[in-house]
Design a protein around this ligand. Structure first.
Ligand code: NAD
Ligand code: UDP
Length: 322
């Protein structure tokens, strides 16, 4: 791809997905500002970028207005793991809603393009399967996941109202379960939990009976799709980005145990409240409008992620999340 040298702001840039996005944006020749309050992200994720002349890290909370010179904004700041977003639900909603307002105001002032990292959670516990962008979803507005789901839904509303009311150049992508290196060992999401448990020989924590499904996208595929979306003209979305290969949680556990050659046994725990029963993206829009399809099969992505966790666990024992 041609060198572009745009000024790009990535909120949540020290997190799992954000750190990969920052790296790829730098590789394309852009000047990247990474804004993060390190709630669930870490400096370790961006350590390799800190000395890059085109990279700048700002310790800042996205709920506080931001003034930077910028051509493009990727808004990723928000805890994404159910464990973390439910820990302080009011803060999660504030982050989604005020964060969206602040990046939209910045985009309005600077004429920047702004992309919202929305989520498949806007479909809630979906009655339509696979999920298409036209589906309005099935979200419990007062449940334990609502701080995240409704926060992200309100952020989408704000994006489309800034587009209609002020002509801000918005992009909304709905990300489906994504995994890969730079996930925190104590992130709490299923792939990192299973891999860490398998590597430590601990019980594999299946919530419910494990017949619920998810579709897992490797982070490199996702970042490629995000950048393709940002590079479009006159396309607001929303567009689903995810890997449509669907697995039950039991199938995922089997794969992790098999690849790690672990002696771990399955351990059954109660299903969390409002846990969606099935999830799989329809990606026809991404295919036709972005020319994007994911390329990494689950086994391949798991092997790379397992390698990352093996290195990480051997380096730092007993990591504590901020
Ligand atoms: P993550 O928790 O690793 O990254 C989130 C980042 O945002 C962290 O670095 C965190 O410190 C930062 N952050 C949180 N609150 C902030 C605040 N108030 N101000 C500034 N920074 C703040 O999670 P992730 O998986 O990398 O997710 C990134 C984005 O993608 C999130 O917006 C998430 O909702 C969205 N998303 C992710 C997935 C997925 O499967 N990973 C799926 C759907 C949507
Ligand atoms: N899950 C599980 N064991 C874990 C973590 C999660 O069985 O240790 C299940 C969870 O109940 C859900 C699925 O795996 O059905 C995906 O959970 P995750 O937290 O990764 O993401 P979600 O899609 O629910 O936001």
């Amino acid at each position: 791809m041609a060198k572009t040298e745009k000024k790009v702001l990535v909120t949540g840039g020290a997190g799992f997905i954000g750190s990969h996005l920052c790296r790829e944006l730098l590789a394309e020749g852009n000047k990247v500002t990474c804004l993060d309050n390190l709630l669930t992200g870490s400096i370790e994720n961006i350590n390799a970028l800190l000395d890059h002349p085109n990279f700048k890290f700002i310790f800042h909370d996205v709920t506080i207005p931001i003034e930077v010179e910028v051509d493009e904004i990727y808004n990723l700041a928000c805890p994404a793991s159910p464990v973390h977003y439910q820990y302080d639900p009011v803060r999660t909603i504030r982050t989604s809603v005020l964060g969206a307002m602040n990046v939209l105001e910045l985009a309005k002032k600077t004429n920047a393009k702004v992309l919202q990292a929305s989520t498949s959670e806007v479909y809630g516990d979906p009655a339509v399967h696979p999920q298409v962008e036209e589906y309005w979803g099935n979200v419990n507005p007062i449940g334990v996941r609502s701080c995240y789901d409704e926060g992200k839904r309100c952020a989408e509303t704000l994006f489309f109202d800034y587009f209609r009311q002020y002509g801000v150049d918005i992009k909304v992508i709905r990300i489906f379960n994504t995994y890969g290196p730079n996930m925190h060992p104590e992130d709490g999401r299923v792939i990192s939990n299973f891999i860490v448990q398998a590597l430590k020989g601990e019980g594999i924590s299946i919530y419910g009976n494990g017949d619920q499904t998810r579709s897992f996208c490797f982070v490199d595929d996702l970042v490629n799709g995000m950048m393709k979306m940002m590079n479009t003209d006159n396309l607001q979305g929303p567009i689903n980005l995810g890997n449509p290969q669907e697995f039950t949680i039991l199938e995922l556990a089997d794969k992790v145990i098999q690849i790690t050659e672990s002696s771990s046994q399955l351990q059954f725990n109660p299903l969390p409240l409002d846990d969606p029963k099935q999830r799989k993206p329809n990606i026809n829009e991404a295919k036709t409008k972005l020319g994007w399809t994911p390329n990494v099969f689950l086994e391949e992505g798991l092997k790379e992620t397992i390698k990352y966790f093996e290195d990480k666990l051997s380096k730092d024992k007993g990591v504590v999340l901020h």
